[in-house]
Design a protein around this ligand. Structure first.
Ligand code: BDR
Ligand code: CA
Length: 311
């Protein structure tokens, strides 16, 4: 299995991404979860990450608290999407497992240095603050990573928090700029992909029909999350953004994309956090990331439902 660190701001879709990883021990070994401020403030994302581990019966996974604010800009949250707790929908008990000792940034550095070079994959599902801080404090880790597989950005789909920016990148554009420039192998799941991973009624019924606490909780999470996209955009269902990252680790053939140059706008207020992806190779700038553009949604949901059934 691939050894991964999940850096996250749960978030219902983060929760499903974590559950998919924990349900797939033959493909994925979760070394740690590091929480970051994003969808909701840090205190809540640390809480939600532990709720999800307990739901999966995996209190052995260390959950560390990371950065509570972006590198330079004021915090931006997304309660309008995820609710006040960040995990609105199911009625899950408060976590009892402890928060792991040590700052999330140090946990990332320690794990990447401790494990053999080229064997740790970093999976950011929220703003990139923890990752950027880790790279700043320990630049050597960039060359030791197997890969960074992250959810963030957009190309044709442009933006969801501003007209030109996706939430994770917008929430800490300076961190994102550093990550995209770090030299590690980077694979990106932008809105172009995640807006095709829609939980339709049939797909949500399949989660509920699992009849397990995990299946029912996931159905209730996506029910809540769905309200936002359906009402506002007339979408078919909730886009499961973050699970695209963990699904990619299990079955990369679900996704297709291009190795392109991606730069992050950090100056213009109008386009702050825009992922400028050179899809047609017109800039002459060297490619630095594989930007996914499409997925096989039926194969994605079949995998997700089959794996969640195990928990
Ligand atoms: C991203 O923003 C968050 O609201 C989701 O959890 C996802 O990581 C989508 O733009
Ligand atoms: Ca997220």
């Amino acid at each position: 299995p691939r050894k991964i660190i999940i850096d996250t701001d749960p978030g219902q879709d983060d929760a499903v991404a974590i559950l998919l990883a924990l349900a797939s021990p033959e493909d994925i070994e979760v070394a740690a979860i590091t929480a970051v401020a994003g969808n909701v403030p840090l205190e809540l994302t640390v809480r939600n990450a532990r709720i999800v581990c307990e739901l999966a019966g995996r209190t052995d996974v260390p959950v560390h608290a990371g950065c509570d604010r972006p590198l330079e800009r004021a915090p931006v949250t997304a309660e309008h999407v995820h609710g006040k707790t960040g995990l609105d929908g199911p009625d899950l008990p408060d976590p009892t497992m402890p928060i792991a000792e040590g700052h999330g940034v140090d946990a990332i550095i320690d794990i990447v240095r401790r494990e053999p070079a080229g064997t740790v994959t970093l999976c950011p599902l929220g703003p990139l603050t923890n990752v950027a801080r880790a790279l700043e404090k320990a630049p050597d880790i960039a060359g030791r990573l197997q890969e960074i597989v992250l959810m963030g950005g957009a190309y044709f789909e442009v933006g969801n928090i501003t007209p030109t920016a996706e939430f994770n990148i917008y929430a800490d554009p300076h961190a994102a700029a550093r990550v995209f420039a770090c030299g590690a192998k980077i694979t990106v799941m932008p809105l172009d992909v995640t807006h095709k991973a829609l939980v339709t009624k049939t797909r949500n019924d399949a989660f509920r029909a699992l009849g397990t606490p995990v299946g029912v909780a996931v159905a209730e999470m996506t029910d809540f999350f769905e309200r936002f996209d359906k009402e506002k955009y007339g979408s078919l269902g909730a886009p499961l953004h973050d699970p695209c990252v963990t699904a990619y680790l299990i079955d990369p053939e679900i996704f297709s994309g291009r190795f392109v140059n991606v730069e992050i706008e950090t100056v213009s207020e109008l386009c702050m956090g825009m992922t400028v992806a050179d899809w047609w190779g017109v800039s002459g700038r060297a490619p630095n990331a594989t930007f996914m553009g499409d997925l096989d949604a039926d194969r994605f949901f079949a995998l997700l439902t089959e794996r969640l059934a195990r928990l």
